[in-house]
Design a protein around this ligand. Structure first.
Ligand code: 6R9
Length: 633
C-alpha cells in the first residue's frame, strides 16, 4: 500500500481499526486468488481459533511467480551474491525462477512428495534454497527450514516433531572462511529419524559426502531426469487459504523449540502487504535483506514478501565481515542497492571497524534503510543514518516476531517521522496494547507495560505444530482475549512505541532467539554438570551475551578444559549460536526455600550490577550469593 503523507497514514490506520474486515479485504483484493473467500475473518483468542479468508483458494507461488510473467517476466527476481566475491554472481529473472521452481517441484513429485507432506530444508544461502521452498509451496508440501547453524540434534528434534519424510540439503555451505558440512550433519541427524525416506542433495562445496543407496539423490541428477521426461511445467496445487504453508521453529521460555505454523492465504497477504507498505517499494528498486532464510525475516522479506510484490530481492550467501568488513558496502556499490534491511548486531559489528571499510564505496544508490531483530541502540542508529544513509535515508526499525509473519510496529519509509530507538507506530491493521501485570489495558501516553495485540491480523500464527494447547498457553493464556508478545514496551508522549526487550526467559543473541531453558538443558547434559542457570548480559556487539552459572563438583581439575567441554556440549546439542560467552563455576545456585532459582539475582550479577540485589530474604542460603558475587566474570 502506497501512502503519501503522515496524515493519510493516520486516516488509514483509523479506518483499519474501525473496519478491519473491509480493510483487509481491500488488501487481499490486490492478490491473485483461484476463488475468493466466503468470509474475511472468524476468530476467538480463547481456543484460539483464527481463520482469515475462509473458503478462498490460491497458491502463493502463482502470486510470487506466475502473475508476474506477462508484465515483468524479464525483471530480476533474485540477484545472488556469493560468499566469495571472486565467484560470479547470479541473476534469476521472474521467468527463470518460475521455470526452476516448476522443475524442482517436479523433482519433489518424482521423489514421492505430496500435498501436506512436511519437508525439512537445511541449505546454504544459495538461490536453490529459495527455489526449494517455493517448489514445496507449489505442490502444497509444508516446508520446515532449519538454519544452517543448528546441530544434528536440533535438526533431528525438528524433523521428528514435524514427522518430515524428505530432507533437502547441500553437500556443504560457505560462510565466510568456513565450510559447513551440511550433508554430514544431516547424516548424523537422520540416525534418529526413520520417517525420512529421501534426501535431495545440492552440490555447492564439493565436500565429500556419503550418499546412501535408496535414500540419497543428487539435486542435479534429479533435475536432469525431469528435463529428459520433458516435465517442464508444474501446475500449482490449489490450496485453501487456511492450509498450512510452512512451519518454522522458534525458542520460547520453556523446553524445546516450538513449530510456529503459518497458513497460505493470510501469510501471503501479510508478508506482501507489509513489504510493500513499510519499504514503499518502487518498481525499479533493488532490495537487499541481509537475513538468512533460516529465520522468519528471510522467509517473509527475502522470499515471499518481495516476490509477491514483483520486487528484485538480493540474496547474499556470506557474512558481513568476510573477506573484510566492507562486504555489505561492496555489494551495495556493485548491485546499486536501493533498500538495505539488516540487523543491529551487524551494524554494531561493522561500526567497530571504523570508517576504513567504507572508503571508496559508493553508497549513493541507497534510498531506504531498515533494521530488525532486536532493539537498535542510539549509537548504532546514528552510525547507520550518517555513515551508511548519509543522512538522507529513512530508517525503518521494524518490530515483529516469527509468530507475527510480518512487520507489526514500524515506521513507513519516508512517511512516519522517525525517533532513534523507536519502532514508532503500528502498521494499519495492527492493534497493539500495553497491559499491566494483572492484564489491565494501560491507556494514554507516557506509559509502559507488556506488549499485547488485541485483534487478529492475517499473518499471525495459527497453532504450534502438533500441540495446539502449547500455542494457547504460550500466547493466549497470560492475558484473556489478547495475543501476548513476550516483549516489554513503552509508549511515549507522542504515542510512539519503544520495545524494551523480552520479559520472559528468552535471550536475544545477535538477533537470534534463544531460550535459557534450552541452553540449560544442553549444559546439564554434560556428564560432570549437576545443574546450571543461564541468563543474558549486555554485550557490545551481540546485544545480549549468554552467561552460564554452572554447578560442577569436578571442575577444579582443569577449569579451562571444563569450560571448553561445556561449550562443545552446547554446540553439539543446540548449535554454535547458543554457545555460552561466559561460564562461571559455582558451588550452588541461589534458590528460594521452595527450590526455585532466583534468576533476578543472577541477572544482576551477570550485568555487573551487584550494588542492589533487591529482596533476598526468601533465599535458602545467602552465602551462595556472596560466593557468586565474588567470582563473577
Ligand atoms: C523478526 C524477528 C522476535 C523478538 C521480539 C523482540 C525482538 C525483533 C525488534 C525487536 C526491538 C525491533 N525484536 N525486532 N526488538 N526492536 N525492531 O526478529 O523475529 O526471531 O521471532 O524474534 O525479537 O524481542 O519478540 P524473532
Amino acid at each position: 500500500m502506497k501512502i503519501t503523507s503522515f496524515d493519510e497514514y493516520k486516516q488509514i490506520y483509523q479506518y483499519s481499526v474501525n473496519n478491519p474486515e473491509q480493510f483487509w479485504a481491500g488488501i487481499a483484493e490486490t492478490f491473485q486468488w483461484r476463488k475468493k473467500w466466503n468470509k474475511v475473518l472468524e476468530w476467538n483468542f480463547t481456543e484460539p481459533r483464527v481463520r482469515w479468508f475462509d473458503g478462498a483458494k490460491l497458491n502463493i507461488t502463482e502470486n510470487c511467480l506466475d502473475r508476474h510473467l506477462d508484465t515483468i517476466g524479464d525483471k530480476p527476481a533474485i540477484i545472488w551474491e556469493p560468499n566469495d566475491p571472486s565467484e560470479d554472481f547470479r541473476v534469476l529473472t521472474y521467468k527463470q525462477l518460475h521455470s526452476k521452481v516448476c522443475q524442482f517441484a517436479n523433482v519433489l513429485k518424482n521423489n514421492g512428495a505430496k500435498k501436506g507432506d512436511r519437508i525439512c530444508v537445511y541449505m546454504p544461502m544459495v538461490p536453490e534454497l529459495a527455489i526449494a521452498i517455493l517448489a514445496c509451496a507449489r505442490i502444497g508440501a509444508i516446508h520446515s527450514v532449519v538454519f544452517g547453524g543448528f546441530s544434528a540434534q536440533s535438526i533431528a528434534d525438528r524433523i521428528q516433531d514435524a514427522d518430515c519424510n524428505i530432507v533437502i540439503t547441500a553437500d556443504g555451505g560457505f560462510r565466510g572462511a568456513k565450510d559447513i558440512p551440511l550433508k554430514s550433519i544431516i547424516d548424523d541427524a537422520l540416525v534418529q529419524c526413520p520417517s525420512v525416506k529421501r534426501v535431495i542433495v545440492l552440490t555447492r562445496t564439493r565436500t565429500p559426502v556419503a550418499m546412501i543407496k535408496g535414500r540419497d539423490v543428487w539435486w542435479e541428477d534429479e533435475v536432469k531426469k525431469v528435463e529428459t521426461q520433458g516435465n517442464i511445467d508444474c501446475p500449482a496445487e490449489e490450496m485453501e487459504a487456511e492450509d498450512m504453508l510452512f512451519i518454522l521453529y522458534t525458542s520460547g521460555s520453556t523446553g524445546k523449540p516450538k513449530g510456529v505454523v503459518h497458513t497460505c492465504g493470510g501469510y501471503m497477504v501479510y508478508a506482501g502487504y507489509t513489504f510493500d507498505t513499510t519499504f514503499q517499494y518502487q518498481p525499479d528498486e533493488v532490495y537487499f535483506c541481509t537475513a538468512d532464510i533460516g529465520w522468519i525475516t528471510g522467509h517473509s522479506y527475502i522470499v515471499y514478501g518481495p516476490l509477491s510484490q514483483g520486487a528484485t530481492s538480493l540474496m547474499f550467501e556470506g557474512v558481513p565481515t568476510w573477506p573484510d568488513a566492507g562486504r555489505f558496502w561492496d555489494i551495495t556499490d556493485k548491485h546499486k542497492v536501493n533498500i538495505l534491511y539488516t540487523a543491529p548486531t551487524a551494524i554494531r559489528s561493522l561500526m567497530s571497524f571504523g570508517d576504513e571499510p567504507l572508503k571508496g564505496k559508493d553508497l549513493s544508490s541507497l534510498k531506504k534503510l531498515g533494521s530488525v531483530g532486536e532493539p537498535i541502540n542510539e549509537e548504532a542508529w546514528h552510525w547507520f543514518d550518517e555513515k551508511i544513509g548519509h543522512g538522507k535515508c529513512p530508517i525503518v526499525d521494524t518490530w515483529w516476531q516469527t509468530e507475527n509473519g510480518g512487520h507489526m510496529i514500524t515506521p513507513i519509509a519516508g512517511i512516519t517521522p522517525l525517533k532513534p530507538g523507536y519502532a514508532s507506530l503500528p502498521l494499519p491493521g495492527v492493534q497493539p496494547v500495553l497491559v499491566d501485570e494483572k492484564g489491565n489495558e494501560i491507556e494514554g501516553n507516557s506509559v509502559s507495560g507488556n506488549l499485547c495485540i488485541k485483534f487478529p491480523w492475517p499473518g499471525m500464527l495459527r497453532t504450534t505444530y502438533g500441540d495446539h494447547e502449547r500455542c494457547r498457553q504460550t500466547y493466549f493464556a497470560t492475558y484473556p482475549n489478547m495475543y501476548f508478545t513476550g516483549d516489554g514496551c513503552l509508549r511515549d508522549e507522542d504515542g510512539y512505541y519503544r520495545i524494551t526487550g523480552r520479559v520472559d526467559d528468552v535471550l536475544n543473541v545477535s538477533g537470534h532467539r534463544i531460550g535459557t531453558a534450552e541452553v540449560e538443558n544442553a549444559i546439564n547434559m554434560h556428564s560432570s554438570v549437576v545443574e546450571s542457570a543461564v541468563v543474558g548480559y549486555p554485550h557490545d556487539i551481540k546485544g545480549q551475551g549468554v552467561y552460564a552459572f554452572v554447578v560442577s563438583p569436578n571442575h577444579q581439575d582443569d577449569q579451562e578444559l571444563a569450560r571448553k567441554d561445556i561449550i562443545m556440549t552446547v554446540a553439539r546439542i543446540i548449535g554454535a549460536i547458543a554457545k555460552p560467552d561466559k561460564i562461571q563455576f559455582v558451588s550452588g545456585l541461589p534458590k528460594t526455600r521452595s527450590g526455585k532459582i532466583m534468576r533476578r539475582i543472577l541477572r544482576k550479577i551477570a550485568e555487573g550490577d551487584t550494588s542492589n540485589l533487591g529482596d533476598t530474604s526468601t533465599l535458602l542460603d545467602p552465602a551462595v550469593v556472596e560466593e557468586i558475587k565474588a567470582g563473577a566474570l
